[in-house]
Design a protein around this ligand. Structure first.
Ligand SMILES: C[S@@+](CC[C@H](N)C(=O)[O-])C[C@H]1O[C@@H](n2cnc3c(N)ncnc32)[C@H](O)[C@@H]1O
Length: 511
């Protein structure tokens, strides 16, 4: 019988899984990992966790173990036509574009990365079979890859339960499936359009991720289980493997914010997806990751409570100070002390405090007095846009938001402020578009849901209004206090919650 494992050994096992398979497990999954470790020790006849972990150091053994572990460690939940909006966007926007660009080559290559039991890849095959009338003249390649050999075996079999077809219309069922007992067996014609391969997204493989190999990649509901660094590396490979102007679809809860700025964000109806840079197009600007700068004890905080967004602003001022370096702009006669170049030479603290006091003009003057380099900083500009909106200077606010979005299409705060600006001009559809984008880019951001709810109420879309306000109500409870200060229009959390409740009651769905 295997020995009990110490916390350190479970941690070492978790670190190995993260490194080899890219998978991330929160601290509350430690017991689960301990169980998996015990099971694998038993199966491999290891008496001690240390012995099992030592075996993993051998690359070949590690690869074999990753295959064995995949079914226990991964979530393979999927179904046909999951996130129908994506398939609509694929049919209505992506496919016509890709076909137009392919010129005389008549070749279409699609990758379903993290395909699980194949429903996503087969859904695409069915869609192409239906939409591409001259399909016989096209070379269509649809490839599904996954780390889990068990789900791939199921994908190759092509037999599914009724549950997997819960979003599949009766006509599609009738056309492409044959019922056999309780199972639905996919037609050979569709099965033959798709190939499956076992592959690990956490592994570099230059042979596979060759430049310009795919026109479209679906990688949905996969990166949410991966370490951010693994997602960054995997997305970089996908970008390389896409044709210029190729498309990437991710899950509803996954964004490229903080992961990559090699893509444009696309939006049609309720679907978000990405398009890679065109050949010769300049790099798409935008921050990927905060530079890590050691905490500076001397930093003075105006806002003490729950200040993560403000922390980010302050870190940004520190970053500029570091980049300016010893030769950078500094008050005449002042020399940075050795090793303290990171000390901020400008701060947004005073302007933030003035915003808290609702002294918008004074806060604007304060920003205006900052050095040029500070004013060019994205966070300082976002604060400027917030102040301009609060001061009712919407035209100028919109211009600042425009600059921010030009520099970073994935800036959730700028999208939200843009929604307010567009509403003021009466362009409600653009306003709702920016709200939806902000809410998609930052799943915890309450204000865009609230604003979307109010817009929907105005336009009589009562169901949407109710849904958006319910989401806002839920999110306000845990929304970052500094973000409420910045984007809450002077309302406290309690006031926003009450507003939400009142609106919901008026809509007949009060809580
Ligand atoms: C929730 S399913 C998503 C299925 C489908 N894409 C969808 O959206 O319905 C996630 C899949 O990602 C796969 N996966 C997780 N880590 C992976 C890795 N490192 N390499 C390849 N596939 C991985 C899992 O095995 C699982 O089948």
């Amino acid at each position: 019988m295997s020995e009990a494992r110490s916390g350190d050994e479970v941690d070492a096992f978790g670190a190995w899984i993260a490194q080899r398979m890219g998978l991330h497990f929160d601290a509350d999954k430690r017991e689960f990992l301990a169980d998996v470790l015990r099971e694998r020790m038993q199966k491999t006849g290891c008496m001690h966790a240390g012995e099992y972990l030592k075996r993993l150091e051998n690359h070949l053994v590690g690869t074999a173990e990753a295959r064995e572990l995949a079914p226990s460690l991964t979530v393979a939940e999927t179904y046909f036509f999951r996130h129908l909006d994506h398939f609509r966007a694929f049919e209505e926007v992506v496919l016509p574009n890709v076909l137009k660009r392919s010129g005389g080559v008549r070749r279409l290559r699609i990758l379903s990365a993290g395909c699980a039991s194949g429903e996503e890849a087969y859904s695409l095959a069915m869609l192409l079979e239906r939409c591409l009338l001259d399909r016989a003249e096209w070379r269509i390649e649809i490839l599904g890859i996954d780390i889990n050999p068990a789900v791939l075996a199921k994908a190759r079999l092509g037999a599914y339960s009724a549950w997997a077809l819960r979003e599949t219309g009766a006509d599609v069922r009738a056309r492409y499936f044959r019922q056999k007992g309780s199972e639905f067996v996919l037609s050979d014609a569709i099965r033959e359009m798709v190939a499956f391969e076992e592959r690990n997204l956490a592994e570099e493989d230059f042979g596979f991720w060759k430049a310009e190999t795919f026109d479209v990649i679906f990688c949905r509901n996969v990166t949410m289980y991966l370490k951010p660094e693994c997602t960054r590396a995997a997305v970089a490979r996908m970008e390389r493997a896409l044709i210029p102007g190729g498309y990437l679809f991710m899950g509803y809860a996954e964004t490229l914010r903080g992961i990559s700025n090699a893509f444009h964000l696309c939006h049609s109806d309720h679907a978000f997806y990405y398009r890679s840079r065109e050949a010769g197009e300049a790099p798409i600007p935008g921050p990927i990751q905060e530079a890590t700068i050691p905490a500076d004890d001397s930093a003075t905080w105006v806002l003490q409570e729950d200040a993560s967004w403000v922390d980010a602003i302050q870190r940004s001022s520190d970053r500029i100070a570091v980049l300016a370096g010893p030769g950078g702009t500094q008050p005449p006669g002042m020399k940075p002390a050795p090793g303290v170049a990171a000390a901020a030479r400008w701060s947004l603290g005073e302007a933030l405090e003035l915003l808290r006091q609702e002294r918008f003009s004074a806060a604007l003057e304060c920003l205006d007095a900052l050095p040029q380099e500070a004013q060019a900083d994205a966070d300082a500009k976002l604060l400027l846009a917030v102040l301009l909106v609060n001061a009712g200077r919407m035209e100028k606010a919109e211009s600042v938001c425009g600059q921010l979005l030009k520099a970073d299409e994935l800036n959730a705060g700028a999208h939200y402020l843009m929604a307010l600006c567009r509403e003021r001009t009466g362009d409600l559809s653009a306003s709702a578009h920016h709200d939806r984008t902000a809410a998609y880019l930052d799943a915890g951001f309450a204000m865009p849901h609230f604003h979307l709810g109010m817009l929907a109420r105005r336009t009589g879309a009562l169901g949407e209004a109710r849904r958006a306000l319910e989401s806002a109500l839920e999110l306000f409870a845990r929304e970052d206090a500094s973000r409420i200060l910045l984007f809450g229009g002077g309302f406290s959390r309690e006031a926003l919650v009450t507003l939400c409740r009142t609106q919901l009651q008026a809509l007949g769905g009060g809580r």
